[in-house]
Design a protein around this ligand. Structure first.
Ligand SMILES: NC(=O)c1ccc[n+]([C@@H]2O[C@H](COP(=O)([O-])OP(=O)(O)OC[C@H]3O[C@@H](n4cnc5c(N)ncnc54)[C@H](OP(=O)(O)O)[C@@H]3O)[C@@H](O)[C@H]2O)c1
Length: 283
């Protein structure tokens, strides 16, 4: 059984990983109470003490809007410097490393699916920090495995994700405006965790590689509006959904118009609708 140092375990992805795959591995799950995420010395002591086979990093600053201004420094501290430290330490102690990145490393100008070899050109601060993280991880530990994913949802109704946001808006509003011109693919955390588990069990096949893991969609991907429509349909709620453009839905952080990730690996995730229906049934 592989021994995993899981940093940080109580976010959306970490919680589902422990809940559904916790018995598959020996997991040392870290959270804010176990130490300072950016302190390399204390992390090195922990690594020496626990001697993990692999470090799986789920820690991230994920508020894309606040990363543009108020929490810009935090965004770079956690999303770039932190992984730099982890990559250095994992290389020094010969430990495998998996980190999670995002479709926001791309600018979204490509209309086809993005491959792992496509040129990155982030257009917001969160995407830039993640892009730096990818570069630093590969530079410091060329064996690092980078998993890019997109539009994550899971864990339960208390958590902030797109599905829960749409459901909560129903209770407060008669009409909800949703962006129709940004195409991508949603990803259910449990399906992603299963794909990560397969990666952990076969690290030799994926070292020094970038993997794109998101749920299967039709060729065009799906827009946030289509995603919301399906949520409404399955949950049986009669709120009026109105499609709008990115220009109408003003945000501080620009989002890529098209960020569909193509998966070259032999690890496949299921169709997005299957998982969405399953998730909504759990709420
Ligand atoms: N959510 C998405 O749509 C999406 C899309 C693409 C990629 N991703 C990537 O997928 C991964 C998992 O995302 P997620 O949605 O599960 O993220 P999340 O729920 O926001 O969890 C992030 C974790 O990082 C921890 N963390 C953040 N800043 C920290 C700090 N300064 N010190 C200590 N811990 C800190 C959080 O701790 P607390 O719980 O204590 O705050 C939390 O456990 C991330 O790498 C994310 O960038 C997410």
């Amino acid at each position: 059984m592989k021994k995993i140092l899981l940093t940080w375990a109580n976010g959306m992805l970490g919680t589902d990983f422990i809940k559904h795959f916790g018995k598959t591995f020996e997991i040392l799950a870290l959270d804010r109470n176990n130490g300072d995420i950016t302190n390399r010395t204390s992390m090195e002591e922990l690594i020496k003490k626990t001697t993990p086979d692999i470090i799986v990093n789920f820690a991230a600053y994920t508020n894309v809007e606040a990363a543009e201004d108020t929490w810009r420094k935090m965004n770079f501290d956690v999303n770039s410097l932190w992984v730099h430290n982890l990559a250095k330490l994992s290389a020094k102690h010969a430990i495998d490393l998996i980190t999670i990145s995002t479709d926001y490393v791309f600018d979204g100008s490509k209309k086809e699916w993005y491959t792992e070899n496509d040129v990155c050109n982030p257009i917001n601060s969160y995407g830039m920090a993640k892009y730096l993280w990818e570069q630093l991880a590969q530079q410091e530990n060329p064996d690092s495995i980078i998993i890019r994913t997109s539009r994550l949802y899971g864990w339960g109704k208390e958590y902030k994700n797109f599905v829960n946001t749409i459901i909560n808006l129903w209770t407060n509003r008669d009409e909800v405006k949703v962006v129709k011109d940004q195409m991508g693919a949603p990803t259910y955390t449990i399906d992603l965790c299963e794909a990560i588990t397969k990666t952990i069990n076969n690290t030799e096949d994926y070292k020094w590689k970038i993997l794109h893991f998101c749920n299967e969609t039709k060729d065009d991907g799906i827009s946030w509006f289509e995603f919301a429509e399906e949520i409404c349909k399955v949950a049986g709620v009669q709120t009026k959904l109105t499609p709008c453009s990115s220009q109408e839905f003003v945000t501080k952080a620009p989002r890529p118009q098209c960020s569909k990730l193509i998966n070259w690996s032999n690890i496949h995730l299921r169709d997005w609708k299957e998982w969405l229906h399953e998730y909504l049934a759990t709420l």
